[in-house]
Design a protein around this ligand. Structure first.
Ligand SMILES: Cc1cc2nc3c(=O)[nH]c(=O)nc-3n(C[C@H](O)[C@H](O)[C@H](O)COP(=O)(O)OP(=O)(O)OC[C@H]3O[C@@H](n4cnc5c(N)ncnc54)[C@H](O)[C@@H]3O)c2cc1C
Ligand code: FES
Length: 278
């Protein structure tokens, strides 16, 4: 018998309600949503949804909360244009449409027992946070947890309370940097690769999950290769312009890959030959 979720059209947005809005930085807001049906979203870390603002349009947005968080889910959205701008004008109680969750995910179950190095740049922390919090909520199932986070400047730091909480845990090796400091900043200054000398990475047991701006991937991969982490153990999430989100329209295509369906999360070994991928 088909379940309610399985019989739903992938093209039909499901109504959801914004239950909380929080300004995180000058350009990013956190939105907590609930599906009006009362069911959980049912996503996995790294997946995205297509969010529609009535009368305006749709945009792909990563789910930022962990599946271990019940009773709703969180998105963090940068105000970029039409759809995201309209979303930023909505308040708690407003209705939006949700399609998905779509795409591949970080294979959290498969990685049990591994050391995990999370590398997040800027808004890349948004999807990575879903995976980080999943691992922290199942902490005993994993080896070392190392988190690198880089922002352009201190005012752009996302999830500040969570960063402090991660930094204060004994079972997390948390390292942070900013490209440019201001008077308030006493931490590391420099690009994210300046954090690599702070940890000893075991190439056999470590899997690295990277999400950030495209330029970051190349340099982080060079550091990982120097430490002999294999390409199969490098996971990254790609961002492309998308429309359908389900492998039908070709907007997100890189040669024979559909980023919306074959990704957004890839093993580096699977996209290595695709020159324009990163
Ligand atoms: C899988 C995936 C997950 C994403 N997750 C998030 C998220 O969690 N939070 C978030 O804030 N954003 C996320 N984005 C980006 C977000 O989808 C775009 O910012 C949004 O579609 C812009 O729509 P708009 O109508 O507001 O802007 P538009 O009016 O369409 O465009 C405004 C500007 O943004 C540029 N733009 C639009 N889409 C993209 C894109 N995909 N990449 C780069 N530039 C773009 C346009 O070129 C233009 O300059 C994600 C994108 C993808 C593909
Ligand atoms: S967005 Fe349509 S094929 Fe990927």
């Amino acid at each position: 018998m088909a379940t309610e979720a399985a019989s739903k059209s992938i093209y039909l947005p499901e109504p959801a309600t914004i239950v909380k809005v929080e300004q995180m930085t000058q350009t990013e807001k956190l939105f907590e949503l609930k599906l009006n049906s009362g069911r959980e979203l049912g996503h996995k870390p790294g997946q995205f949804i297509e969010l529609s603002v009535m009368g305006i349009g749709e945009a792909p947005i990563s789910v930022s909360s962990s599946p271990t968080k019940k009773g709703g889910f969180e998105l963090v959205v940068r105000k970029a244009g039409r759809v995201t701008g309209a979303l930023h004008r909505l308040t708690a109680g407003s209705h939006v449409g949700i399609r998905g969750p779509f795409g591949t995910n970080f294979p959290a179950e498969e990685l049990k027992g591994k050391d995990i190095l999370f590398v997040g740049g800027g808004i890349g922390l948004v999807p990575l946070r879903s995976f980080i919090n999943y691992v922290l909520d199942n902490r005993k199932d994993y080896g070392r947890v190392m988190i690198f986070f880089g922002s352009r400047n201190p005012t752009e730091r996302l999830f500040r309370d969570e960063l402090t909480a991660w930094a204060n845990r004994d079972d997390v090796e948390f390292h942070e940097t900013v490209d440019r400091a201001d008077d308030s900043w006493t931490g590391n200054v420099g690009v994210i690769t300046t954090l690599f000398p702070k940890v000893e990475v075991d190439p056999v047991s470590t899997v690295c999950a990277i999400v950030g701006p495209p330029v970051m991937y190349k340099f982080v991969i060079i550091e990982l290769r120097e430490r002999e982490v294999s390409n199969e153990n490098i996971l990254l999430s790609l961002e492309r312009r998308m429309k359908c989100g389900v492998g039908k329209c070709g907007h997100c295509q890189i040669q024979d890959l559909y980023v919306c369906k074959d990704g957004p999360v890839f093993r580096y070994s699977d996209i290595q030959g695709y020159e324009e991928a990163i």
